[in-house]
Design a protein around this ligand. Structure first.
Ligand SMILES: [Zn+2]
Length: 161
């Protein structure tokens, strides 16, 4: 017999002033990274920053190309994590994005593929917060794991015995 269920996605919408210092600082890193974006086709620039539990911060930005197989900011940042950073575990992620020619309050969140890639590097006990925003306005705060329900984790391929 079928059973209907529903998911609840807890998240908060905050004014920038309500963020704690660590969140403000990581969002500032993401905004700084966004400056390096190469987005001549969409004119939509995104920056991402990741703080690991050992205190390291890496950032990335979107990079487009004419054949539309570009690199997203989150993936760019993930590519800069060292093996030591990954071993330390992820603590927090920040994403800032918007059109290059005007400020926007539209909150930018990672695409499905980037959500999967971010989950990919989590250790079992990592539960990072992700803060996301447009280029101005409120910030969405959530737990990264909540952004991809029923996710496919690497452990599914190699279950622990
Ligand atoms: Zn993406």
């Amino acid at each position: 017999m079928s059973e209907k269920k529903a998911l609840v996605l807890p998240y908060e919408l905050l004014e920038p002033a309500e963020l704690d210092l660590r969140e403000k600082s990581l969002l500032a890193e993401a905004a700084q990274a966004r400056r390096h974006s190469y987005a001549p086709y969409t004119k939509f620039r995104v920056g991402a920053a990741i703080r690991t539990r050992d205190g390291a911060v890496v950032s990335g930005w979107n990079v487009e190309d004419i054949v539309q197989s570009g690199l997203h900011a989150e993936n760019s940042a993930l590519g800069r994590l060292t093996v030591e950073n990954r071993a330390a575990g992820l603590e927090m992620i920040a994403v800032v994005g918007g059109p290059e020619d005007k400020l926007s309050e539209e909150i930018v969140t990672p695409c499905g593929h980037c959500r999967q890639r971010l989950l990919e590097v989590l250790r079992p006990d990592d539960d990072p917060v992700i803060v996301m925003s447009g280029t101005r306005g409120r910030v969405l705060r959530a737990a990264l794991r909540d952004l991809l329900p029923f996710a496919f984790y690497p452990a599914i391929l190699a279950p622990e015995k």
